[in-house]
Design a protein around this ligand. Sequence first.
Ligand SMILES: Cc1cc2nc3c(=O)[nH]c(=O)nc-3n(C[C@H](O)[C@H](O)[C@H](O)COP(=O)(O)O)c2cc1C
Length: 197
Amino acid sequence: METVVASKPMIKVAAISGSLRKASNNRGLIRTALELTKESINGIEMEYVDISPLPMLNTDLVVDGKLPPAVEAFRQKILQSDSILFASPEYNYSLTGPLKNALDWGSLSPNVWADKAAAIVSAGGGFGGARSHYHLRQVGVFLDLHFINKPEFYLNEFEPPAKFDSDGNLIDEASKEKMKQVLVALQAFTLRLQPKN
Ligand SMILES: Cc1cc2nc3c(=O)[nH]c(=O)nc-3n(C[C@H](O)[C@H](O)[C@H](O)COP(=O)(O)O)c2cc1C
């Protein structure tokens, strides 16, 4: 008798970096996640969604119910995804302004974040950006985002040996393995949240 191995349904993940810098380490974390989904994790289709084209939120930019094209394109990408991977650096003990701006644009009715699974990773100073996680989780309460609780991923970028090269590429193998665990947990949680037929 033939053995049938059930394959996992594909999930779509939108990956967002709260840092806009070209050589951003947090953006480097997303590049690692993209590589992992292509090479060693089955069932995740991940897309990097750039938040830098978004204007600063000003509801005067909404004309006759129409949003600026960059905002509309961003919202569509979020709507079409099943879950979100946030690379969220810490600015002054919180999430970054650009990330909050993107969250706010997405929250305009209808809220595109609603009922999506999410995970947070970060690289930063002493606490590895961890304090941004807890503010992002708080914002996510009102946005109806559902964050995985574990594993937590926050990487102290200054502690030797070097974790990133000068272009912001993650070069630390242990951190790559940790990222893999985050993605597997996000995948499992996303599938749990999906309605059963
Ligand atoms: C305005 C500003 C505020 C910052 N505040 C903090 C902070 O509170 N805690 C921290 O760990 N790092 C802080 N940093 C450092 C960044 O989080 C750190 O350099 C991080 O690597 C930036 O991410 P990136 O490499 O992806 O651009 C701050 C950086 C900036 C520009």
